[in-house]
Design a protein. Structure first.
Length: 291
């Protein structure tokens, strides 16, 4: 039998917390097998209101918004690519650091011999993301041993290690509910959570040095991670610190080819990166701890 907490309170006068209420129901012989707490799952999100929206001074298609996030704190500044951003608009808000609980769904045909994995589910069964690209396992906190920890060659803090997953972009025209030009999510298998580590808003000018289109990723033994762009227009290497702040690290001035294969040597002293079309591999020495 399934029922809601609000229905139960129509028949039971109580102010007990949900977990204690479940325990007491089980103690009197009404075993509670599972609690689906929708409020907990949506806790990282808030209903926000746009206070003001002004044209971005350096970008025709971006707006600088001051947003009341609904948490009682001071308004925050959000650079937004949505053309309908305006004062008074109400929307869902989340920020880098947002953490979501993960529930795995079994795949009926995991080898996908007759049907691709993504087509084995409809949108009510799974949460989808647009344009998954690079993935890396490692400790991005910078608290490892400093010798390749998180670079795939050494050991960092095991409890801090997670899978860092790149989503290159999303567009309304491809069925996405919102647009962006890059996200990185950190999956923690111990806690079964996803945390938003990097968010890049829509780039209005791909010919500029505004970051977009992240692809390959590698964790830095000094903390944070490096991203190789495969966007439209200018291509960069990005350095991202543990707080999610992205900095332009290198720019391809030879061509419009993407950067690929970003990776540290086993000692964590040399960063390798390729320009794909020209077949050029660079070995870059630090000091990376200055980033």
């Amino acid at each position: 039998m399934k029922f809601t907490l609000s229905w139960l309170k129509e028949h039971l006068e109580t102010d007990e917390p949900l977990d204690r209420l479940a325990d007491k129901l089980t103690m009197i012989g009404l075993e509670v097998e599972h609690i689906d707490d929708k409020a907990k799952a949506l806790a990282p999100f808030s209903i926000a209101r746009v206070i003001s929206a002004e044209q971005h001074p350096n970008a025709d298609r971006l707006r600088v918004c001051m947003v009341d996030t609904g948490d009682g704190g001071a308004p925050v500044q959000v650079v937004c690519g949505a053309p309908n951003a305006r004062a008074g608009l109400v929307s869902v808000f989340s920020a880098p650091g947002t953490t979501l609980d993960v529930t795995w769904t079994p795949v009926a045909e995991p080898q996908a011999q007759t049907q691709s994995t993504r087509k084995q589910f409809d949108n009510s069964q799974v949460t989808r993301s647009r344009k998954f690209e690079g993935t890396w396992w490692g400790d991005a906190t910078g608290n490892g041993n400093g010798k390749g920890s998180g670079s795939g060659h050494g050991r960092g803090d095991r409890k801090a290690e997670k899978a860092h997953i790149v989503c290159s972009f999303a567009r309304i025209t491809d069925g996405s509910l919102a647009e962006h030009d890059g996200q990185v999510w950190g999956y923690d298998p111990d806690d079964q959570t996803l945390t938003l580590e990097l968010y890049l808003p829509l780039n209005p000018d791909p010919a500029s040095d505004i970051p977009d289109g992240p692809d390959n990723i590698c964790v830095s033994p000094y903390g944070g991670f490096f991203l190789a762009e495969d966007g439209v227009g200018v291509q960069h290497l990005l350095a991202v610190d543990p707080t999610g702040q992205a900095t332009l690290f290198a720019r391809n001035r030879l061509s419009s080819s993407e950067f690929t294969g970003v990776n540290f040597d086993p000692g964590g002293k040399v960063l390798f990166a390729n320009i794909q079309d020209e077949g050029i591999c660079f070995g870059i020495t630090g000091p990376f701890n200055k980033l």
